[in-house]
Design a protein around this ligand. Structure first.
Ligand SMILES: Nc1ncnc2c1ncn2[C@@H]1O[C@H](COP(=O)(O)OP(=O)(O)O)[C@@H](O)[C@H]1O
Ligand SMILES: [Mg+2]
Length: 268
């Protein structure tokens, strides 16, 4: 890091301490909070972030640190929630964990493989086959009905199984088996989000990343989405990482990380 002190540069307390974490922390669970909660076997960690810094260059030549040397582990087959106020760094972190964006410093391990050293073709495969995405503003294709939207996702992921069977299965799973022929404009926001979730899980990814998936929904629809996530974790064994700034949803997470000004400040 340069010697210039920027107004939000990580402080010395964030210096990575090899005496605590060891010099090879790939995929290893850590217990920064000293309570042994949330510490998992190495095999049970699907993604880990180590000393992740994200710095955005600003127009005036200064730098803005959106993430300031952050460590976290995502346990496999669980629902992990990243909570924090708007602007705390949730989206930035999610984009880095899902290989959509690069960290400025630090490492991200997915199944033990470090993303920075992975060839772009491998990262592309990871995004296409192993990851599903759900966004706040539901990104369905307006001229395609629910069935066709899920089918489109399956084709993009080169799904090799029986597509028709899988489409019906996942739309049933999200409670929309009777709405397969409906266009997005003929469904409520909550129903559209459930189609988006069906599309995200259809190709059987290992992990689903969901950025504020309940952010645009009313409370009841938001809870339906959360229940669905819990079911997917329990029944399909999928790993879900989602962000939210809604304090009411926290207790539904298996692991909850609280992020504040680009730092993890609590884990429960
Ligand atoms: N591309 C960018 N360039 C400059 N600053 C950015 C960029 N993306 C995000 N930021 C800043 O980083 C901080 C964290 O943003 P973000 O991760 O989107 O927060 P959250 O998702 O928690 O609302 C914010 O202050 C935001 O303005
Ligand atoms: Mg965000």
């Amino acid at each position: 890091m340069s010697e210039t002190v920027y107004n939000n540069e990580p402080g010395n307390d964030q210096v990575y301490d090899e005496t605590i974490y060891g010099d090879d922390t790939a995929g290893q669970a850590y217990d920064e909070f000293g309570d042994n909660q949330g510490v998992y076997d190495q095999d049970d960690i699907i993604i880990s972030a180590r000393n992740v810094v994200k710095c955005f260059p600003m127009g005036n030549g200064e730098k803005f640190y959106a993430l300031k040397g952050l460590d976290m582990d995502v346990p496999r087959g669980k629902l992990t929630i990243l909570k924090g106020r708007s602007g705390s760094g949730k989206t930035t972190l999610l984009n880095i964990l899902s290989a959509l964006d690069d960290a400025t410093e630090g490492e991200v391990y997915v199944n033990g493989n470090e993303l920075n050293t992975m060839p772009e073709t491998e990262r592309e495969k990871l995004r296409r086959y192993d990851i599903g995405f759900v966004f706040q503003s539901v990104a369905l294709i307006p001229i395609m009905n629910a069935y066709e939207n899920v089918d489109f996702g399956l084709r993009l992921a080169d799904y090799e199984g029986n597509r028709d069977e899988r489409i019906k299965e996942v739309l049933d799973m999200v409670g929309l088996g009777g709405r397969m022929q409906h266009l997005p404009s003929e469904m409520s926001g909550g129903e559209q989000q459930r189609v988006a979730i069906a599309r995200a899980v259809a190709h059987k990814p290992q992990v689903i990343f969901a950025d504020e998936p309940t952010g645009a929904l009313d409370t009841a629809s938001g809870l339906t989405v959360m229940k669905l996530f819990k079911e997917l974790v329990a029944k399909e064994g999928i790993t879900i990482v989602m962000t939210t700034h809604d304090p009411n949803l926290m207790e539904l997470g298996d692991v909850v990380y609280e992020i504040e000004d680009g730092e993890i400040v609590a884990r429960a």
